[in-house]
Design a protein around this ligand. Structure first.
Ligand code: HEC
Length: 145
């Protein structure tokens, strides 16, 4: 009986590898990106790219383990959800009011450590930014309002 369960799990895992995620990013248009529109230092650019851009931009980088299902499905869902709620690469398409709201939310979430999401930090050491860097990023968001 137990053997059958193991077999079923292995079969599921094996077959699930055939269901690939779509890793193509939407086109990156430099003039639409918050980092190009606003006045941002290299330090801010670096922090945004390493801590936020995998989920909130059109510049998502997919490491090798992203090819392993079901991790790949789960990560892809984060990218889709993250991008649809906030996309710094498409900043130009937001109204003045939306921008203000997103900036306030961004400052709050980075300060309270609600972002980047915890599970992501387990696999991405470069996104584990220090408290000083969090404050720097939050201040930068607020300065754009
Ligand atoms: C691993 C993916 C991931 C990373 C990395 C990430 N986020 Fe998010 N973020 C999400 C997801 C998914 C949502 C939507 C669901 C939610 O609110 O929890 C979200 C929502 C948000 C929202 C709310 C947007 C709105 O108006 O609803 C803000 C603001 C935000 N993130 C800011 C950030 C900032 C700033 C960083 C970097 C310091 C960051 N996030 C890093 C996945 C991510």
């Amino acid at each position: 009986m137990k053997k059958r369960i193991y077999l079923a799990v292995i079969l599921f895992f094996g077959l699930s590898q055939f269901i690939k995620i779509d890793k193509t990013n939407p086109p990156v248009i430099a003039e639409n990106d918050i980092l190009n529109i606003s006045n941002s230092s290299d330090k801010i650019k670096g922090l945004m790219k390493s801590a936020c851009y995998d989920c909130h931009s059109n510049e998502t980088k997919y490491p090798w383990y992203m090819d392993i299902a079901p991790i790949s499905w789960w990560t892809k869902k984060h990218v889709n959800d993250g991008r649809s709620s906030l996309n710094y690469s498409e900043w130009n398409s937001y109204s003045e009011k939306t921008r203000r709201h997103k900036l306030e939310e961004s400052a709050l979430k980075v300060r309270k450590k609600w972002m980047p999401i915890r599970s992501y930090l387990l696999a991405h050491s470069e996104a584990r930014i220090s408290d000083t860097d969090r404050e720097l990023l939050a201040k930068w968001f607020e300065a754009q309002i």
